[in-house]
Design a protein around this ligand. Structure first.
Ligand code: GDP
Length: 598
C-alpha cells in the first residue's frame, strides 16, 4: 500500500490530528499509548510524535511550512522588506503619501494638524469629521494626502522599533518665534535615522516676534539648509492660527512625494501598520490601521503581532462605513480578538486557522527574541559583532550636562575610527544633546542599534525602565578622556568587561562521610539561596577561607542533582579537598562578566 501524504503543523491536538487523517480520536490515543505517550483528546502533541502515529495509520507526514518569510533573525523587519520586495514592479502604483508631524512641544503640531483637517472639511466634505481615528486624509489638487494624527516622535519611534516605516514624509514643525529647540533636534535625528524626507513648517508666522531668518540660520546649523539658501530642505512659513501657508505646505508635500517613490500594489498582499487600538465596551476591539499595500475587504482575516481577527466592519475617518480600504487609507476596523500594539505590522492571511497557527508560532518566537535581545550591542561586545560580520559601525547617542562638554566629546568621537582586515569601523553620532537621558533617547538607541553615553547625565525613571526592557546599553562618565578612551578600546576590541562574583547560596556542614573513591563528602544543609553543581565554591571556617575550588559532586539523598535549594539536605564533594569539619560553611558562587554600566 502506498502511503498517503499529509502536511501537519509543528504542534497539533489529538482531535485535529484525528480529523486530518480521517480516523477516530480513540485510534490516535491508542497509537500514542503504544508509543508510550498518554494523551487525552485535547492534548497537543509535537510534529515528530504526530508523524509516527500518522505513519502507523498509513500516512506520510511532512511538516507544514508556515510563515517561511518570517524565519530570518530580524523577524518583522525582514518580513516587511520581503513583502514589499515580493511585489511585482509592474503592478506597483503611486499611492498617497503618509505624513507624520514632529517637533518641539508647543510649537503647534496639534494646531497644524487641526488646521489642515478643517481646510479639508471646508472644501466641501459633508458631515465633517465626527470620529477621531488618529489619522485622516485630505485632498489637494485632486490628490489624496494621509496625515497621521498622532503628533510627536513617541508614536513615530514606536512604529519604527517594530520595523514599520510609518510615514513617507516628516513635517518638522518649528515655531518662528522660538526657533530650534532640543526636541526639534531630536525629531530631526529620528527622521534622519529613518531616512524619511523632511519638510519644515515654520509655524506661528502671525506672531509679532516671529523671526524666520534667525530660525533658518539655526536650521542650517543643524544640517537643514533652506532651499532658498541653496540647500535641499523646503521650508514653508505657515500659521496654524491664522490658517496661512497651508496650501503651500500641501503643495510642498506633493512636490516631495513626486520625488520619492511612494508606491504600493493595490492588488497585492494586504499589509500595513496598526496606528492605534483600543477596547470599546460596546463594539469590541477597535483598531485603526493604515493600509500600505493591497486592498482590505470586509471578511478578510488579518493578523497583527499576536492578535488576529476577521474584519467585521470598517469605518473611515468620517465615521462612514466602508467595504474596501486601499493603500495609504487609514480605517478603523472591528474584529480583532485582542488589542494589537500600536506600531505592529498587520497583514492578511488565508483563514482563521492559519492566523491561529501563525500567532502561536509568534508567541513562541517572542520568547526566544526576549532572550536574544540580551545580545544587543554594548561597548564590550562591539568587536565580537564586528568579527562576526554583523556591524561595521559604532553608533552612539551622546548626552552631556552642558554644551561646553558636549562639543569636544562629539567632535573627538566623530574623528574616530578603526581599521581591521575588512576595512574601516567608523563611529557615528546618531544624536547628541544636553540634559538628562530621556526615554526618547533610549528609544532612538533601541531602533538605531546605538549605545547611549552619558557625560554627567543620567536617565530618568522612564528612560531607565525602557533601557532595561529594550536592553539598550547606557554608560556613564564624568571624565571626558575616560569616555573617549573606552570608545577607542571598544573599536579595537580591547575593552574587557569586569568580573564580578555573585554568591548563589550557602550550606552548613553537619557531618562528614568518607567515600573511598571520592574522598570526603560533606553532609550539609542549605541555609541560604541554593547550591549549584556547576558553580564555584569556597569553604569557610569562621571568617577564614580554607579552600576555594569547584564542586565535584552534589547529591540529594542518593541522586546526583544539579541544584539544591535552601532548607534541603545534600552531600557536597569539593574537587581536591577533603578536610571538612562540622560547622564549616560552603559558599557557592559564580563569576559573571559585567560591563561598566549601571
Ligand atoms: P504642540 O504641543 O506642538 O502640539 O502645540 P499646540 O498645537 O498644542 O500649540 C501650542 C500653543 O501654540 C497653543 O496655545 C496654540 O494655540 C499656539 N499656536 C499654535 N500654532 C500657532 C500659530 O500659528 N500662531 C500662534 N500665534 N499661536 C499658535
Amino acid at each position: 500500500m502506498t502511503e498517503k501524504t499529509i502536511e501537519l503543523p509543528g504542534i497539533i491536538s489529538v482531535r485535529d490530528l484525528a480529523e486530518k487523517i480521517d480516523s477516530s480520536p480513540i485510534d490516535i490515543i491508542k497509537a500514542l499509548m503504544q508509543n508510550g505517550v498518554m494523551a487525552n483528546i485535547n492534548q497537543q502533541v509535537d510534529f515528530d510524535t504526530a508523524a509516527i502515529v500518522a505513519s502507523e495509520l498509513g500516512y506520510e507526514a511532512t511538516l507544514e511550512m508556515i510563515e517561511q518569510v518570517e524565519d530570518g533573525e530580524t523577524g518583522e523587519i525582514a518580513l516587511w522588506r520581503r513583502l514589499i520586495a515580493n511585489e511585482d514592479e509592474k503592478s506597483l502604483k503611486v499611492r498617497p503619501p503618509v505624513i507624520t508631524v514632529l517637533g518641539h512641544v508647543d510649537h503647534g503640531k496639534t494646531s497644524l494638524l487641526d488646521a489642515i483637517r478643517s481646510t479639508a472639511v471646508q472644501e466641501g466634505e459633508v458631515g465633517g469629521i465626527t470620529q477621531h481615528i488618529s489619522a485622516y486624509q485630505v485632498t489637494h489638487d485632486e490628490r489624496l494626502i494621509t496625515f497621521l494624527d498622532t503628533p510627536g516622535h513617541a508614536a513615530f519611534t514606536a512604529m519604527r522599533s517594530r520595523g514599520a516605516q510609518g510615514a513617507d514624509i516628516v513635517i518638522l514643525v518649528v515655531a518662528a518665534d522660538d526657533g530650534v529647540m532640543p526636541q526639534t533636534k531630536e525629531a530631526y535625528s529620528h527622521a534622519k535615522a529613518a531616512q524619511v524626507p523632511i519638510i519644515v513648517a515654520l509655524n506661528k508666522m502671525d506672531k509679532d516676534n516671529a523671526n524666520p531668518e534667525l530660525v533658518k540660520k539655526q536650521l542650517a546649523d543643524i544640517g537643514l539648509v533652506p532651499d532658498d539658501w541653496d540647500g535641499d530642505t523646503i521650508i514653508v512659513p505657515v500659521s496654524a492660527k491664522a490658517n496661512t501657508g497651508l496650501e503651500d505646505l500641501l503643495e510642498a508635500i506633493l512636490l516631495v512625494a513626486d520625488n520619492t517613490e511612494i508606491l504600493a500594489n493595490p492588488e497585492g498582499q494586504e499589509f500595513g501598520t496598526v496606528i492605534e487600538a483600543k477596547r470599546n465596551r460596546a463594539k469590541g476591539v477597535e483598531t485603526t490601521i493604515l493600509v500600505q499595500n493591497g486592498t482590505v475587504n470586509i471578511g478578510d482575516v488579518l493578523i497583527a503581532g499576536t492578535t488576529y481577527g476577521r474584519v467585521k466592519a470598517m469605518t473611515d475617518y468620517f465615521g462612514k462605513s466602508v467595504v474596501i480600504a486601499e493603500p495609504s487609507q487609514p480605517i478603523s476596523v472591528m474584529g480583532f480578538n485582542d488589542v494589537p500594539v500600536a506600531g505592529d505590522l498587520f497583514r492578511s492571511v488565508k483563514n482563521d486557522k492559519e492566523a491561529r497557527l501563525i500567532v502561536a508560532d509568534r508567541i513562541e518566537k517572542q520568547k526566544e527574541a526576549a532572550q536574544a535581545k540580551s545580545h544587543k550591542i554594548t561597548l564590550e561586545n562591539l568587536f565580537d559583532h564586528v568579527k562576526a560580520g554583523n556591524v561595521r559601525e559604532l553608533r552612539l547617542i551622546i548626552k552631556a550636562d552642558v554644551q561646553g562638554s558636549l562639543e569636544p566629546i562629539v567632535s573627538s568621537l566623530q574623528e574616530m575610527s578603526a581599521t581591521d582586515d575588512e576595512g574601516k569601523i567608523k563611529v557615528t553620532v546618531v544624536h547628541s544633546g544636553t540634559g538628562n537621558i530621556s526615554e526618547s533617547d533610549v528609544m532612538l538607541a533601541g531602533t538605531s542599534g546605538a549605545i547611549v553615553l552619558g557625560f554627567n547625565a543620567k536617565p530618568d525613571t522612564a528612560a531607565q525602565k525602557t533601557a532595561e526592557k529594550e536592553h539598550v546599553s547606557i554608560r556613564y562618565y564624568d571624565i571626558i578622556y575616560r569616555l573617549i578612551e573606552d570608545v577607542e578600546k571598544a573599536l579595537k576590541g580591547m575593552l574587557q568587561p569586569e568580573e564580578k562574583e555573585v554568591v548563589l547560596g550557602k550550606a552548613e556542614v553537619r557531618a562528614i562521610f568518607k567515600v573511598r573513591k571520592l574522598g570526603s563528602i560533606a553532609g550539609c544543609r542549605v541555609i541560604d539561596g541554593e547550591i549549584r553543581r556547576n558553580a564555584k565554591v569556597r569553604v569557610m571556617r569562621g571568617k577564614k577561607e580554607i579552600f576555594a575550588g569547584e564542586i565535584g559532586s552534589l547529591k540529594h539523598e542518593k541522586d546526583d542533582v544539579r541544584e539544591v535549594r535552601k532548607g534541603f539536605e545534600c552531600g557536597i564533594g569539593v574537587k581536591n579537598f577533603s578536610d571538612f569539619e562540622e560547622n564549616d560553611i560552603i559558599e557557592c558562587y559564580t563569576i559573571e562578566l559585567v560591563s561598566a554600566e549601571l
